[in-house]
Design a protein around this ligand. Structure first.
Ligand code: BJ8
Length: 424
């Protein structure tokens, strides 16, 4: 990796503690990713992005900031990136996926809060993530209780703007979300000093739809009988989608898909004939949380899809591109974003319908419903998800985990037993 110490120092980061993270990551990445055989060559781009995770992209963002561009840090799929880009800003996903940041989060948050929230707050407070240090503003949302309260703590240290997400999906809720997007648009104009126009918003909608289409194309290969790419690699690509430059990401992902097309023609797959196909559902897996995929795929499973924000939920619906006025586009954004079926909504039966549909599309033999510890929303909804899947004759295994590796052996045993059951 190039030397970014001066950049990190200028960002006010804690270099000594950050060094510990930099030492641990290559080993973890090597064990989980580079140990795979027969990976597509196009994965070298994503390997590079991870190897420079705290260097190359932060450096690009800082360069942009020098030219007056503002960086918006986000934590949820409902925050519309399109509006940020239309205002001439850059949106970057910030969810923390490492146990490394959890203890710092626990200094200000109760231990009984989900690790994603603790790691996100911890990464900012212990100054060991350049993305958290450089963001000009953090955009929160009212999804779960833990996040809502965490924004108040984060706002003691950095500028935070919170979008008020409705918790139901009636017409008046979609209209309320459109109003929230309008207010957010005004905020992006205030922060960037730029005006959002119908032209700039239309271009941003195309930009982000382009990214979604590339991810759709990628996931299409996972539906095939002999997938040419692993679930682990697809998870990594999904995670990188949150913070990479969208134009470059789309280009590189489409390039990878061209290679995958050729692999399919040549009959090249990455799994064994008898590997059971699993669909994961549940809470997001923020980078570098690769645990569940790694356990499953080294136990002989093929993870063929994720009904998760780091997965299908991220790209499943496109924004209607036919609108020509700013108001029409904002309504189209609201319509599209309210189609995401997060457990923060009630009722949320459409999510179970999604899961059943994905089981068919991705030809899954079974579903693993994964809950991050202390995520009450997905934990409670898990009862309905698992009950309905069982009633539909779809084998399902519910698992709870967090960011540390202490439960890896136990997870391995449970997934191994589930796979045996699927084979029987
Ligand atoms: S759209 S899943 S990104 S809220 S932080 S809810 S794990 S207790 S992240 Fe999420 Fe948006 Fe929904 Fe997706 Fe649970 Fe933790 Fe809350 Fe979480």
């Amino acid at each position: 990796m190039a030397d970014y110490r001066k950049m990190w120092e200028d960002l006010g980061m804690d270099l000594e503690t950050h060094d510990l993270l930099c030492e641990a990551l290559p080993q973890a990445f090597g064990d989980v990713y580079l140990s795979q055989t027969n990976r597509p060559e196009g994965m070298s781009y994503y390997n590079f992005v991870v190897s420079e995770i705290h260097g190359v992209r932060p450096a690009e963002l800082i360069e942009a900031q020098k030219k007056g561009v503002k960086v918006f840090g986000t934590f949820c799929l409902y925050v519309p990136d399109e509006v940020v880009f239309a205002a001439g800003g850059i949106a970057t996903g910030l969810c923390g996926g490492s146990q490394f940041w959890v203890p710092a989060g626990e200094k200000v948050l109760p231990a009984a809060v989900c690790p994603l929230i603790k790691a996100s707050v911890g990464a900012r407070l212990n100054r060991t993530c350049p993305f958290f240090s450089l963001a000009d503003i953090f955009i929160g949302e009212t999804t779960c209780d833990g996040k809502k309260k965490a924004w108040e703590i984060l706002s003691q240290d950095a500028p935070v703007y919170v979008m008020d997400l409705p918790q139901q999906k009636r017409a008046k809720d979609v209209a309320a979300w459109a109003d929230e997007i309008r207010a957010f648009l005004a905020k992006t104009e205030e922060v960037t000093g730029n005006k959002v126009t119908a032209e700039s918003l239309a271009a941003a909608i195309q930009l982000i739809n382009g990214k979604r289409k590339a991810l759709r194309r990628l996931y299409g290969f996972r539906k095939l009988p002999n997938p040419p790419i692993s679930g682990k690699d697809c998870l990594l690509i999904s995670q990188i989608a949150f913070y990479d430059d969208p134009t470059r990401f789309t280009e590189m992902t489409n390039k990878l898909c061209d290679e995958l097309e050729q692999r399919v023609k040549d009959g090249v797959g990455v799994y064994g004939k008898n590997d059971k196909r699993l669909l994961f559902t549940g809470t997001p897996m923020a980078i570098p949380n690769w645990k569940m995929h790694h356990v499953a795929e080294t136990e002989g499973a093929a993870v063929v899809g994720e009904e998760a924000c780091t997965g299908i939920r991220y790209f499943d619906n496109l924004v209607d591109e036919s609108q020509t006025t700013l108001d029409g586009m904002i309504d189209a954004l609201a319509q599209r974003y309210m189609k995401i079926n997060c457990a923060c909504f009630t009722p949320n039966s459409a999510r179970v319908d999604d899961i059943k549909r994905y089981v068919k599309e991705y030809h899954a033999d079974g579903v693993v419903d994964i809950n991050l510890k202390f995520c009450t929303l997905y934990d409670v909804e898990g009862y309905t998800v698992e009950k309905e899947l069982k009633e539909a004759g779809i084998p399902v295994l519910g698992l709870e985990t967090d960011y540390n590796d202490e439960d890896a052996a136990q997870l391995r045993t449970r997934i191994g037993a589930f796979l045996e059951m699927l084979k029987a």
